[in-house]
Design a protein around this ligand. Structure first.
Ligand code: UVW
Length: 343
């Protein structure tokens, strides 16, 4: 599916660039979105990236977030003997975990955030408590993450855009030193399309259709061990990420990425802007509705990219085989990605 943004078929009452119906097959409403770009030939090409025998986990620990998030409670992890669990008199252990799927490294499924103000999710579906109660069963036909398992999970070529590394090199080359040379992920820098392209050029990497774009700002490294000055910065609610404007949405679609991810809180820069360019709030997220609802493009957030960045820098290679299998629970809205970068 290589139709560009401006040529996508018009969808009634929706802005130009809405991909509803584009991936439908045999009269059935599609539930995988841009994961459809991962055809056998795209996957075979991605496999050729795995040639050095090095595998790197991109999963931040579930309990790594050291900053309290409203509504997103820390996970609880209970370990118990088999006897305590009422399973066996023998010696051994089980555990139970309770957690919000948006708390650490995660995928946002296509029902996580809807187009505003229509309230419609990908492919025009309406997400209600009733619909989700059906989605919680084997009869689920909503675009939730469990369906990735029917598709064999996500196997793709990943491309790291190490914005943090690039921005710091650029600052130093401009004669900036000390704090001025440090690209701080809590400065709320809005990464433009031109900057994404410039980093790719600097790293010597090209994008291919079906790639997963992964953008590093350095956020998880700060949030994992915040200093007092980081807490002070956090009060302003500014977090660096991809600039939430139509130009970015168009570029992400036109590159035909199968998904996007990063270490930022929301992939896009926070706080978002209102339509008139004035400072907005969480209701003004721009890329979430475009990517999840209009394109069907999943968003990965809070991925741990430190080890990946170090390996890419040392090897000079910024593309790799990416594998990811979310949890397999009917109706799953968000999930740890279980993501691996394999070189
Ligand atoms: C925000 O919290 C802004 O985004 P998400 O719900 O995707 O984590």
């Amino acid at each position: 599916m290589d139709t560009d943004f401006d040529s996508l078929p018009k969808v009634k009452d929706m802005p130009q660039g809405c991909a509803w119906g584009v991936f439908d097959k045999d009269g059935k409403k599609d539930i995988l979105g841009t994961l459809n770009l991962l055809t056998p030939s795209v996957i075979k090409a991605a496999l050729s990236e795995a040639r050095d025998g090095v595998s790197i986990s991109l999963n931040w620990p579930l309990n790594a977030m050291s900053v309290p998030l409203p509504g997103r409670i820390p996970p609880t992890h209970k370990q118990m003997t088999l006897r305590e669990a009422g399973i066996s008199e023998g010696t051994g252990w089980d555990d139970e975990i309770h957690f919000n799927t948006q708390l650490s490294s995660q995928w946002d499924s296509l029902v996580h955030w809807q187009h505003q103000p229509s309230g419609l999710a990908y492919n025009g579906i309406t997400v209600t408590k009733e619909a989700l109660s059906v989605a919680n069963t084997a009869a689920n036909n909503m675009p939730t993450l469990d369906h990735w398992h029917d598709a064999g999970g996500l196997v793709a070529r990943g491309v790291l855009i190490d914005f943090k590394e690039w921005a710091e090199k650029w600052a130093i080359s401009e004669g900036k030193t000390g704090e001025d040379a440090i690209s701080h992920p809590l400065d709320g820098h809005r990464i433009t399309v031109q900057e994404l392209e410039a980093v790719a050029k600097f790293q010597g990497v090209e994008f291919h259709p079906g790639d997963v774009l992964i953008v590093r700002t350095g956020l998880t490294e700060v949030l994992g061990a915040p200093r007092p000055e980081d807490f002070a910065k956090l009060q302003h609610g500014k977090i660096s990420g991809v600039h939430g404007v139509l130009e970015s949405a168009k570029w992400l679609w036109n590159k035909h990425f199968s998904a996007v991810a990063g270490d930022a809180w929301a992939f896009e820069a926070l706080m978002p802007l209102k339509e008139d360019g004035s400072p907005g709030g969480p209701n003004d997220l721009f890329l979430h509705p475009w990517l999840l609802s209009m394109f069907g493009m999943p968003i990965g957030e809070l991925w741990d990219l430190k080890a990946l960045s170090e390996h890419c820098k040392a090897s000079g290679r910024y593309s790799f085989l990416l594998t990811s299998a979310p949890l397999n629970i009917p109706g799953l809205i968000g999930s740890p990605p279980n993501a691996l970068a394999i070189f």
